[in-house]
Every structure is written in structure tokens, then in C-alpha cells.
Design a protein around this ligand. Sequence first.
Ligand SMILES: [Zn+2]
Length: 110
Amino acid sequence: MATQIKLPKPTGTCRWIRPDSLVDDLLEGTALFRIAVKTLRGEVVKTYKVRYFDRGFELIERGTGNRYRVDASFGPKAEHWTCSCPDGMYRNRTCKHVSALNKTTLGLGV
Ligand SMILES: [Zn+2]
């Protein structure tokens, strides 16, 4: 019988750089979002420029310019949201973008 190695679930933190003007910044596409994830190799910190439109979010990763699209149109919970990043597309799990955005934008009314 094959032994399955279970890796610990990634944990992390996230924060908006300018939370006071978050709704305006999201609509203008100038919101800055930082996600820090603890991995086996240490903490990985990424900063994204985020825009809200069409009931979803577009994230542009600082440094690489990678773009991800989070679709939040299917319901309010994280498991209803989808993301175009590799974790969301190929590993079929709730990625860090969805978890972090879902946790911090509910109740904003965007
Ligand atoms: Zn993602």
C-alpha cells in the first residue's frame, strides 16, 4: 500500500497597504495587497496591485507582472470563488489569493 505524505496546510497572513481608502483604490485598480505564506522553505511574501471589476478581482504581482483573475460571482464563500493561478486551476484547491481576498473584502460592499 502506498504511503501518502500529508503536507501541512499552508498558513499565512495578508494585509491591505492602505486600508482607509480600500474601496476607492479597488475600483481604481491601485489597491496594494500583501500576502505572506509560510512554506517549508520559509516565508514567501508577495505584493499585488488589485482591481475590482465585473464581480471579481484582478491581481498583478509586483516584480513578475503575473496576472491572476479571481471570479467572485458564484457566491459569497471562498469555496465558490475561482482563481486563474496554478493552485486554483491545476491543483483544484482554494488558493492563497481566494482565501486572502475572501477573508478581507466581505462586507466592503464592492
Ligand atoms: Zn490564486
